[in-house]
Design a protein around this ligand. Sequence first.
Ligand SMILES: [Fe+2]
Ligand SMILES: [Fe+2]
Length: 190
Amino acid sequence: MIARRAHDPRRGDGLSPTDPRLLGNPLDFLHEDHLREREICVMLDRIAAAENPDQDAAAHAAGFLADELPLHFADEEEDLFPLLRQRCEPEDDIERALARLSADHSHAGVETPDLVTLLRRVAEGEAALTPEDRALLTRYASHSRRHLILENAIVLPLARARLTRRDLDRMRLAMLHRRGLDRLIGGLRC
Ligand SMILES: [Fe+2]
Ligand SMILES: [Fe+2]
């Protein structure tokens, strides 16, 4: 059974797509995506460990990985990382962290399609999981968690410290445009 969180109405339940109102501050939106990604990791581990995996959870995780994660990676690669490169000071040593994160994104890009196929099979109640399937699920969750720790502990705090209001405005517009929401939503400010 999928658990739901209840708090600030703009904050998600960890299941639905992140509320675009959080784009008032695009860094809050990215942080909320990270909370959601962490929920997905919990689901992947549960599916890997279950005798009879939860089909709804598998369908939900497949949807997130196929539809939302690519947008999140693009938000980081195309908007956040270039702005950090522009704004960070040499002592921030940001390049090493960004190189590591981009390598993770490429690696995830290779593994995600297989994982989505596997999760869709689980969602449709097909075939028992093999040991290799279970290993893929737990490995993916563990790599994603390591990635999230680096982004939450280093990258987002640096972005909050270094990016200007104008940078955040640029990010917000690009992220809205990426989702086809730029004409629908106006007037959001930090
Ligand atoms: Fe991220
Ligand atoms: Fe990332």
